[in-house]
Design a protein around this ligand. Structure first.
Ligand code: G3P
Length: 216
């Protein structure tokens, strides 16, 4: 399973990248706004900076919701760097645009996926990635990991090439469950990635080894 970081924060991207386990970055308008990135030039420059920091796929999301607008915006985003993947919402014009991008050699990440039916449509349109939001599904009283399992199974049976990118990750256990469910990618906040490191027995064991090392 590939590890992406789900942020537009450059310090966090740098920290995850320095761990040596980072395969890419996902952003969205909320994450960009959180970093105070305002205006088209600043947004484009920020994506370019991220592309230069991380050697992997970088998802950049369109904010248009009509076919023509999504295509025009996506073309500009894709021109920033070869690693840009255009992130398109799961709406009718989004599906049409994903098919257009597929036919024109531009890779897409279909976002805001909350059902297996949506994942089938995205795969049919040729999306490179489908992003089911598992945390938001859990928040609404359903089981996000179960949706990952279902999409992975359908894609395998049907031979779809679209990669399952588990998004809206809330904790380290989500990452483990997505790996077990067969997700191709997990995009995570830095805290969830670093949370994978933690185990009290590791800390106790290390303290004991360091104590005993003084007697060596
Ligand atoms: O990038 C999309 C997704 O990961 C959003 O996560 O935490 O806002 O539900 P969240």
């Amino acid at each position: 399973m590939k590890f992406f970081i789900d942020t537009a924060n450059l310090a966090q991207i740098k920290e995850a990248n320095e761990l040596g386990i980072l395969d890419g970055v996902t952003t969205n308008p909320s994450l960009m706004a959180k970093e105070g990135i305002k205006g088209n030039d600043a947004v484009m420059a920020h994506y370019k900076t991220i592309c230069e920091m991380v050697n992997g796929d970088i998802s950049a999301e369109v904010i248009s919701t009509d076919f023509k607008g999504i295509v025009e915006e996506g073309k500009k985003l894709a021109a920033i760097h070869a690693n840009i993947v255009v992130k398109v919402p799961m709406i009718k014009d989004g599906v049409k645009a994903i098919k257009w991008f597929t036919d024109n050699g531009i890779r897409t990440n279909c976002t805001l996926c909350f059902s297996a039916g949506q994942a089938i449509l995205a795969a049919k349109a040729g999306a490179a990635y489908i992003s089911p939001f598992i945390g938001r599904i859990d928040d609404s009283g359903w089981d996000g990991v179960q949706l990952i399992e279902q999409i992975v199974q359908i894609y395998s049976i049907q031979g779809y090439k679209t990669e399952v990118l588990a998004a809206s990750i809330r904790n380290p256990n989500h990452i483990v469950q997505c790996a077990q469910a067969g997700a191709d990618v997990c995009t995570c906040p830095l805290d969830s990635i670093l949370g994978l490191l933690k185990h009290p027995l590791t800390d106790i064991g290390l303290a004991k080894f360091l104590e005993d090392a003084k007697k060596m």
